[in-house]
Design a protein around this ligand. Structure first.
Ligand code: NOJ
Length: 529
């Protein structure tokens, strides 16, 4: 296994800092809180944590609107707290990744304030400013991901600025060399402090059409999200984005062992382009296919196989089940299938991204749209796009506020926290937490499950199956995605072995001889003889 890098062998755990652990009692999580909970991460067995933004920010988009890239928001703590977190994590074999919000800043960032101060500003071209259309309206038809036009009129300087997201998140102009150099120095600043890598926010958005051409209408628009009314042809996934990523990659390569994850929501063939050529792309373009594909064995099998087949030579897979932008896995497919999903995530070939709270089976909290804090919900009411539900406080104990805070939590806690929490599930065979710990330990101890080869196993109905193999050890993973009993036979494989792990703990250590019998909602890992 030694030829593999830490991030190929490892599991990356996403922390949404506002909601992980609050040490100072203001109801919002912080860095000292994360440090206090490092033992949990070590016991869980993850290799790295990625922190959603912790920088100073007016918090219009909860930190994805950055007002200073090289400082810590006082709400999260100080730079000394950050250094202590890095040290504490390192002592436990856990690396720390940050979120690089490179597409846009906050409108309160001094760069933007300077840029909007006058057309003659030296930072005018740090952002995307355009003249109005002849009728005085926006320069073109581009839409914002958060609803409405992507252009905002600036009364003082009488031009429009581009904001792909909220109007308080003006897009940086990555064609400007000073922007490039400054942002690359931001990366160096954090690498020098010991950061192991970045998750690059909306990587596929970073550069826009130089001619600002209008986007075509989307003939297949289904009414689900106003942004999809147009095909964002000229607004995202532009060829020049590869140059920007190459610059970022070159900076990562100035250091040992750093990793770049790229947040990219694109169809497979375009996603794969982000691995880049000749080591000039992202190490891990985020693969959201487990989020976007219906939970059906046949559809998932197709998607996994297609991805495995299409991966460029030398590239490494990535798998994501949940994050802070989508409903949690346990809410999407129910608590029983969430166990099967954990087994899938942690036994596929590639680097898994595990979202905080999924390891205990947290579900989304139903927050009425009118009470949501998420700017996406507030700017596009009626579409059900709010994200607060999957960002609620981590459930540590059955005590007040689930042990998350001694104050008033910024988002409501789930009703089930007395049952669904770390303390109650610790050491309990059969709990979701124990299942995760066992799967992570198995993965760590078995090269076959960590970096071994992947091969699909033909299956029917609700069963999804595949083989993982390395160093002479061969494992079959068989997952029953349905609520009825199922049998997997694979004459070509013989199927003789022992169940070393099951989502149903009492069914571990059973022998397999010729066929794998699966209970409803059961997933197994079988060591083949
Ligand atoms: C993607 C982030 O994951 C999301 O939370 C944020 O709203 C947008 N980028 C804008 O930064």
């Amino acid at each position: 296994m030694s030829k593999y890098l830490w991030w190929q062998k490892g599991v990356i755990y996403q922390i949404y800092p506002r909601s992980f652990m609050d040490a100072d009692g203001d109801g919002v999580g912080d860095l000292r809180g994360i440090t206090a909970r490092l033992d949990h991460l070590q016991q869980l067995g993850v290799d790295a944590i990625w922190l959603s933004p912790i920088y100073p920010s007016p918090m219009n988009d909860f930190g994805y609107d950055v007002a200073d890239y090289t400082a810590i928001h006082p709400m999260f703590g100080t730079m000394a707290d950050f250094d202590r977190l890095i040290e504490g994590a390192r002592a436990r074999g856990v690396r720390v990744l940050l979120d690089l919000v490179a597409n846009h800043t906050s409108d309160e960032h001094p760069w933007f304030k300077e840029s909007r101060s006058s057309r003659a500003s030296l930072k005018r071209d740090w952002y995307v400013w355009r003249e109005p259309a002849p009728d005085g309206g926006p320069p073109n038809n581009w839409l914002s991901e958060f609803g409405g036009s992507a252009w905002e009129w600036d009364v003082k300087t009488r031009q429009y600025y581009l904001h792909t997201f909220h109007r308080t998140q003006p897009d940086l102009n990555w064609r400007t060399p000073d922007v490039q150099e400054t942002m690359l120095d931001v990366m160096r600043f954090w690498f020098d402090r010991g950061v192991a890598g970045f998750r690059v926010d909306v990587m596929w958005h970073l550069i826009k059409d130089e001619q600002f051409r209008n986007n075509p209408l989307n003939p297949d628009y289904d009414g689900s999200h106003p942004y999809r009314r147009l095909i964002p042809l000229y607004q995202e996934d532009r060829p020049e984005v590869a140059d920007v990523i190459a610059m970022m990659r070159a900076v990562a390569d100035e250091y040992d062992d750093r990793v770049l994850l790229g947040e990219i929501y694109l169809p497979l063939e375009r996603l794969l382009a982000y691995y880049g050529r000749d080591g000039r792309g992202a190490h891990l373009p985020s693969n959201f296919q487990l989020v976007t594909t219906p939970w059906s064995a046949r559809q998932l099998a197709d998607v996994i196989d297609a991805y495995e087949r299409a991966l460029p030579r030398g590239s490494w897979p990535n798998w994501v089940l949940s994050n802070h932008d989508v409903p949690r896995i346990a809410s999407r497919i129910g608590p029983e299938q969430a166990r099967v999903a954990a087994m899938l995530l942690l036994t596929l070939r590639g680097t898994p991204n595990l979202y905080y709270g999924d390891e205990i089976g947290m579900t989304d909290v139903a927050i009425p749209e009118e009470c949501m804090q998420d700017p996406k919900a507030r700017s596009m009411p009626g579409f059900g796009l709010g994200r607060d539900g999957s960002r609620t406080p981590m459930q540590w104990t059955a005590g007040p506020h689930a042990g998350f805070t001694s104050g008033e939590p910024w988002l409501p806690l789930a009703d089930d926290f007395a049952r669904v929490n770390v303390e109650v599930q610790s050491g309990v065979d059969g709990s979701m937490l124990t299942l995760h710990q066992r799967l992570l330990a198995l993965r760590r101890s078995e090269p076959a499950l960590c970096t071994g080869s992947y091969a699909p196993v033909p299956a029917t109905g609700d069963v999804l199956a595949y083989l993982r193999e390395a160093e002479g050890r061969r494992f079959l993973v068989a997952l029953n995605l349905g609520g009825a009993r199922a049998t997997l036979t694979a004459p070509a494989l013989g199927l003789v072995g022992e169940v070393v792990e099951s989502t149903h703990p009492r069914r571990r250590r059973r022998a397999v001889d010729g066929a794998v019998e699966l209970d409803p909602n059961e997933g197994v890992v079988v060591l083949l003889a």
